[in-house]
Write a protein that binds this ligand. Structure first.
Ligand SMILES: Nc1ncnc2c1ncn2[C@@H]1O[C@H](COP(=O)(O)OP(=O)(O)OP(=O)(O)O)[C@@H](O)[C@H]1O
Ligand SMILES: [Mg+2]
Length: 356
């Protein structure tokens, strides 16, 4: 176990700055997930922590010691990549033991550690096979096994499951969660998958353009997004956004409305608003409840109804031509063109001063 501290970390490739002053704390034994759009710098950050990439500026500390210039093998870190990067000519046993072989570990130590990793990952029966005789999920397990035998203080995972099909991903996701429980090691995990982020993380770091947008526990980010970007990034289907006019501002709320939305008061959480400005209102599709004819706060017309089994998704067009989505629990069919009225709790809505 170890803590990792990033302070004002920057990375330039030539004149291009791709990481723009990042502060992140990974505490002892914590599972931290990095999410963000493609190209925002997730892999670059992991590679800098691993020592595979120079740090242009800032400080990287592991357990209180600056490791900016420490070589990768001395950092106590093991990294697992999306492409499994295992050796095709070696058996599973040899692949898993690889790091120990390089370190010239004794035969007994190798056997003990490989057996332990195989037990944790439930691949005792695969040890004599070669990678070509394994499924994708099994190959990824070998790569994780190779990381485990090194006894790292910190595990880094860069989209380890993105090459796997949906069912296998779910199995492996649970295995990684269990691995974290069993080993208690600090883990940093990059993913594009919302479910992986929400279920595995103690803490999620949302990145955009080389900067941290928000850091917090999964449900904290889900319920209290700090800005429009985080609000739209986490949650599926994504949060609905509507342009609204600010009608009044008081100590704790702003009153807003638009041609499709009756005036409501939404907590502004200290964000600055001025009367008359256009702002963005966010409401999650799950928080819209159908209301009867002429009832409800939000009024539009049904475009499409999709029944997904567990929920029904209704696409609705508003007076200004923008579209929103309602995810309803019940099996409610509404034909295209009919009026759609919804209610929602304004305390579960979000208001942001910026526009999209
Ligand atoms: N060796 C390099 N030289 C120049 N630019 C680079 C280099 N490696 C990465 N970049 C740039 O740095 C930025 C961050 O890349 P990075 O690979 O960290 O993104 P990412 O968040 O991991 O994206 P993805 O989700 O697609 O894997 C990108 O704009 C990328 O083009
Ligand atoms: Mg990447």
């Amino acid at each position: 176990m170890a803590n990792v501290r990033l302070r004002n970390i920057r990375k330039n490739y030539g004149k291009v700055e791709v990481i723009k002053g990042v502060d992140i704390d990974i505490n002892d034994g914590e599972f931290v997930v990095f999410v963000g759009p493609s190209g925002c710098g997730k892999s670059t950050l992991l590679r800098m922590i691993a020592g595979l990439e120079d740090i242009t500026d800032g400080t990287l500390e592991i357990d209180g010691t600056c490791v900016n210039d420490l070589e990768p093998s001395k950092r106590g870190i093991a990294m697992v990549f999306q492409s499994y990067a295992i050796f095709p000519h070696m058996t599973v046993r040899e692949n898993v033991a690889f790091g120990l072989t390089i370190k010239k570990a004794s035969k007994a130590e190798k056997e003990k550690k490989v057996a332990e990793a195989a037990r944790i990952l439930q691949m005792e029966n695969l040890l004599d096979r070669r990678p070509s005789e394994l499924s994708g999920g099994q190959r990824q397990r070998v790569a994780i096994g190779r990381a485990i035998v090194r006894d790292p203080k910190v595990f880094l995972f860069d989209e380890p499951l993105s090459n796997l099909d949906a069912a296998l991903r779910m199995d492996m996701r649970m295995e990684i969660g269990k691995l974290h429980q069993d080993l208690g090691a600090s883990m940093i995990y990059v993913t594009h998958d919302q479910v992986e982020a929400m279920t595995l993380a103690d803490k999620i770091v949302v990145l955009k353009d080389g900067q941290v947008m928000q850091t917090g526990a999964p449900m904290e980010l889900y319920h209290e997004p700090a800005n429009l970007f985080v609000a739209g990034f986490l949650g599926a289907p994504s949060m609905n956004f509507m342009d609204v006019t600010v009608n009044a501002v008081n100590d704790t709320t702003v009153a807003v409305s638009n041609p499709s939305l009756d005036r409501i008061e939404v907590p502004h959480k200290g964000r600055p608003f001025t009367v008359g400005q256009t702002a963005t209102l966010g409401v999650r599709p799950q928080y819209l409840q159908p209301a009867g004819d002429g009832a409800g706060k939000l009024h539009g017309k049904v475009i499409l109804t999709e029944r997904l089994g567990s929920e029904t998704v209704i696409e609705v067009v508003l007076a200004d031509g923008s579209k929103i989505i309602a995810a309803l629990a019940e099996d409610s069919i509404q034909s295209p063109g009919t009026a759609a009225n919804f209610d929602f709790d304004p305390n579960r809505a979000h208001i942001f001063p910026e526009t999209r």
